[in-house]
Design a protein around this ligand. Structure first.
Ligand SMILES: Cc1ncc(COP(=O)(O)O)c(C=O)c1O
Length: 475
């Protein structure tokens, strides 16, 4: 046994026997080294081991503290996990590079088929503005972004019953920038944040970039989010902020019900925990009623709501926003040191486009196309892959999340398909490094279902089925 393990075990006994109490500060690393006679590095390793076991937590510049034991002994708590070190960026980087070439079928991409975006009215607005009206010199675009665009976005919130003024809104370079800026404004290196166990890789990348410790909670099979695990996590760890997707979840696709959102809001208020809500698919619902956001339930300004036009108008515009409320000022400060501004020509074109109600008509048509395409992909794949694979259908967005048999690693399927110039997104992109949930894959089904698409899907089906068959022969 290593010295650090030995030390960790003896310190663990002090905690388990209540000699070190909840929230009590542990001796500093140096002091502990003097007390125990071990080296500083051994003590540090021992403390990190206890932290990984969920027995202590660290606070930047303050030291290590004991975590509440009554909660950590709770059997349900196995669902709440501390992810000690996040290393996902290079995986995502390699993956995105691999699917970039033009000849790759983009079933792995996170963006809808570009044929459905960049509407002719929008392009017309751009070209008219470029030719006649745009004064390039008089339109500097500093944080928080163009006032008229912020006003239009604020109006959209008000229509949904969310009291908003333009100064609440900060325009960002897409939704990812909105998430990153918000997280950076609210955390310091070493802080704890809470994420869903399976979530858009951008959230993991942001945590990695900012040196944050990530606590995860699992998805609930019926409700999308497990509120019990959520409450246990915030009782157990000093969580600074949560980053969650509750509408049209990427990659799984679920939308959390109003009732669960209401209960979640109550917990946020009770424990005074902030939430960064990633809602970039908010307009891609198929039911008659747009799902509410957590911002709707937010009475105490605890929610920062992030969204963008990337999934509805075009990813290349790179325009998003955050409803930042009282955090607007600190987000703008970071913006001034990083992305600085959002292209002012594009902001002006969007103002023109949004002012004339073209957007609502476009969204209606977009939703209809996505609904039709997703259903056709779903029908084909269920017909050919059930019952060996499970495919859930959610009436929103354009992703299907496919569960393969447990023994199949979706990385293997991804590699085989990439050799045939087809991309899919394996689950390793959406999970914490040590959660072994490798048997899922995401397919983008925003494309018009025709003979060509059917034949590509048949290649995917063949690849999955032959992998399953090879496995059963070998075992
Ligand atoms: C869930 C989610 N959030 C945020 C983003 C980033 O959006 P944007 O392209 O506007 O930066 C994406 C893009 O794929 C996404 O899927």
């Amino acid at each position: 046994m290593y010295k650090s393990e030995k030390l960790a075990n003896s310190l663990k006994l002090l905690i388990e026997n209540g000699i070190w109490k909840t929230n009590e500060k542990l001796p500093s690393l140096r002091h502990q080294a003097e007390l125990s006679g071990f080296s500083l590095i051994t003590v540090m390793n021992a403390y990190q081991e206890l932290e990984a076991q969920g027995l202590i937590y660290s606070k930047e510049k303050s030291g290590y503290f004991v975590i509440a034991q009554e909660v950590s002994n709770n059997e349900h708590n196995q669902n709440v996990m501390l992810n000690p070190k996040i290393e996902i960026n290079s995986t995502v980087f390699k993956y995105l590079k691999s699917i970039q070439p033009d000849n790759i079928i983009p079933f792995g991409t996170a963006f809808p088929d570009s044929q459905l975006l960049y509407s002719s009215k929008l392009i017309q607005t751009f070209s008219q503005l470029a030719r006649h009206r745009f004064n390039y010199e008089q339109n500097p675009s500093l944080p928080p972004g163009n006032f008229a665009l912020r006003k239009l976005i604020a109006q959209r919130y008000c229509i949904q019953g969310i009291e908003t003024v333009p100064s609440d809104i900060v325009i960002t370079s897409g939704g990812l920038d909105a998430l990153n800026l918000s997280l950076q404004a609210m955390t310091r290196v070493g802080d704890y944040i809470l994420l869903q166990q399976t979530i858009f890789y951008g959230a993991w990348q942001a945590a990695e970039r900012l040196g944050l410790k990530v606590i995860t909670i699992p998805e609930h099979p019926d409700h999308g989010i497990d509120l019990e695990a959520f409450e246990q996590a915030i009782q157990k760890y000093p969580i600074k902020v949560c980053l969650l997707m509750l509408n049209c979840h990427n990659p799984i696709g679920f939308t959390v019900s109003d009732d669960i959102k209401f209960q979640l809001a109550k917990l946020l208020h009770q424990y005074k925990v902030h939430l960064i809500e990633d809602d970039v698919y908010e307009d891609l619902y198929y039911d008659h009623k747009k799902p509410l956001s957590m911002k709707y339930y937010d009475q105490q300004n605890l929610v920062l709501h992030c969204s963008s036009f990337s999934k509805t108008l075009g990813a290349s515009f790179r325009v998003g926003w955050v409803h930042a409320g009282k955090f607007s000022e600190s987000i703008q400060h970071i913006q001034l040191m990083s992305t600085l501004s959002v292209n002012s020509f594009i902001q002006n074109a969007l103002i023109e486009y949004l002012s004339h109600r073209h957007y609502e008509k476009h969204l209606k048509a977009l939703r209809l196309s996505l609904k039709r395409n997703k259903k056709q992909f779903y029908n084909y794949l269920t017909e050919h892959l059930s019952p060996v694979c499970k495919i859930e259908y959610h009436p929103s967005g354009y992703f299907l999340w496919i569960e393969l048999p447990e023994y199949i690693d979706s990385i293997y399927i991804y590699k085989m398909l990439l050799d045939q110039n087809i991309s899919i997104a394996p689950s390793v992109l959406f999970n914490a490094n040590f959660v072994k949930q490798n048997n899922f894959l995401r397919i983008n089904c925003s494309f018009d279902f025709n003979n060509r698409i059917e034949s590509i899907l048949s290649q995917i089906v063949y690849c999955i089925k032959s992998t399953i068959k090879d496995h059963s022969i070998q075992s």
